[in-house]
Write a protein that binds this ligand. Sequence first.
Ligand SMILES: Cc1cc2nc3c(=O)[nH]c(=O)nc-3n(C[C@H](O)[C@H](O)[C@H](O)COP(=O)(O)OP(=O)(O)OC[C@H]3O[C@@H](n4cnc5c(N)ncnc54)[C@H](O)[C@@H]3O)c2cc1C
Ligand code: SF4
Ligand code: SF4
Length: 465
Amino acid sequence: MHLRHPSLRRLAKERENNMSDYSTLIIGSGIAGMQTAIDLGDMGYKVLMIDKQASIGGTMIQLSKVFPTLDCASCITTPKMSSAFHHDNVDVKTLCEIHDYKQREDGRFEVTLLQKARFVHESMCTGCNECAEACPVVAVDTGYDEGMGYKKAIGVPFATALPQKAALDIDNCIFCGKCANACPTEAIDFSMRDELTTVVVDSIVIATGFHETPMIKEKFGGGSIKNVITGKQMERLLAPTGPAGGVFRPSDGKIPWSIAYVQCAGSRDATIGVPYCSAICCMFAVKQAMLLSAAVPLADITIYYMDMRTFGKGHEEFFEEARAMGVNFVKGKVAKIEEDPETKDLIFHVEQFGEDGGLKTFTHDLAVLSLGVVPQWNQEMSAIVPVQLNPDGFIKEIRFATEPGLTSIPGVFAVGTATGPKDIVDSINSGSSVAGKVAVWLSGGLREEYDVQYLPIAPSVIGGK
Ligand SMILES: Cc1cc2nc3c(=O)[nH]c(=O)nc-3n(C[C@H](O)[C@H](O)[C@H](O)COP(=O)(O)OP(=O)(O)OC[C@H]3O[C@@H](n4cnc5c(N)ncnc54)[C@H](O)[C@@H]3O)c2cc1C
Ligand code: SF4
Ligand code: SF4
C-alpha cells in the first residue's frame, strides 16, 4: 500500500516495531460475543474476550429450552462456550471489565482492564468444589439462579461454567478460612486484589447484552409481591439445571395450579422509559406456557396480552401449537395485581377486550411478568468508550439499514442485544456478520465510511492455529 502522508509512514514503521496485543477485544461473552470470537478466531485473528461475570455464557446459559425449536438451552450453549473458551486464537478473562480507553493516532486502542480479584488462583484450582462443601455460608443466588436458589460464598459458579474454577463472593464471605483448609491445591488466596492491565487492540466489539426491565411498576407490586416473578426467574424454575427440580411458589414452596403471564409488563410504555417492543417477550411467554403444561400438567395457564407478536421463522406455528395445547390467551390489559394477605394468592384486575369484555377479576397462584429488554451498556459505559447511543439507550448503529454493527467510532463495533432487542438466532447472526465487518476493517477496509486513513492490522496480531 502506498502511504502518502509522512506521519502514516512513521506510524507504519512504529507498527512494525511494536507488537499489538490482540486484533480484537470483545466486551461481553453472551451468545453474540462468543459467536464473534469463534468466527474471528477461525479466520486467524487473535481475540481477547472479557466478561464481568465469573463464567462466560451470558443469559442463554440460564435459559430452560429455547423457542421455537425447544432445544435444551444448556445443551446448545455449552458447546459454543467450549468452542470459544478453548479456541487457540481466543483468550478469555472473566471477572473483567473495561476501566479506561484511549484511541491512538494510528486508530488502535489502548484499553485498561479492571481484573476483579477471584481470590482463587485459576491455574491451581481444579474445580473440585471441595471449598463450597466446606463453606458454612448459604446465600441467595442473585446471579445464575436469579434469586430462586441458594449458593455458597465460594465455589464453581454453576455446573457447566467456564472456566471451571471457583470464585469467592467477598460480599458474603465471613472469612472463617474453612475453604482454604479444605482446598487440596491451596488455590485460595485472600490477599488477591483487583488489578489494572492495559492491552493494545486494533478493534473493539461491544457485546454487553441486556437486562430485563426492572420491576418498578407499582400496579404489579413494584417487586414486593413474592408470587409475582420475572421471565428469567421462571426460566430457572423450568430449567433441568434449576434450583429446585421443579416449579414452586416463592411464598410457600407449593405447586402453582393457576399461572398467569402479563405481557408487555416492561415494554411499550414511555412512562418507564421503554417505549419500544422488546421483541422476545411474546415468544418466551408462549414457550414457558408450553413447558409448564408439561412440568405442571394439571395447571391452568393464562396469558394476558394486548398483541401477540410472533413474526419470526416458525414463531406463528409455535403460538398455534400453544393454543392447541390449551393455553388460555386473554386479550386485555392487566390494570392491577393485588396479593391476598392470607393465602398470598394474586387477584388480577383486568380490562378484558372483545365480545365478552369489560372489567373483570381473576385469581391466580403465581404471576410471571414478561418484562422488557434494556441495554447493559449505559451512559456510564459510554463515558469510557464514547460510542453514541440511540434515544432508547441502545448503542447507535451509524448505518443501521445497510451496515449494521458499525458504531460512531471507527474500529468499534456492536453486536447482539447491545444494539437492540433480539432473539438468539438474530444475536448469533449479528455476531457472525460483525465478525465479517471486523475482518474487513482489520484488512484496511471501511476507511471511507469513516473518512479515516488508519492502516490495516499488523501481521503480528494474526494468530496461529
Ligand atoms: C426470560 C427470557 C427467555 C428467553 N428465551 C429465549 C428463547 O427461548 N429463544 C430465543 O431465541 N431467545 C430467548 N431469549 C433472548 C436471549 O436471551 C437473547 O437473545 C440472548 O441471550 C442475547 O445474547 P447477547 O449475547 O446479546 O447478550 P447477553 O446474553 O446478555 O450477554 C451479554 C454478556 O455481556 C456481559 N457484560 C455486560 N456488561 C459488561 C461489561 N461492562 N463488561 C464485561 N462484560 C459485560 C454480561 O455479563 C453477559 O455475559 C430470552 C430472554 C429472556 C429474558
Ligand atoms: S472463608 Fe468465606 S468462602 Fe471460605 S469457607 Fe469461610 S465463608 Fe466460605
Ligand atoms: S478452590 Fe480449591 S477446593 Fe475450591 S474448587 Fe478450586 S481446587 Fe477445589
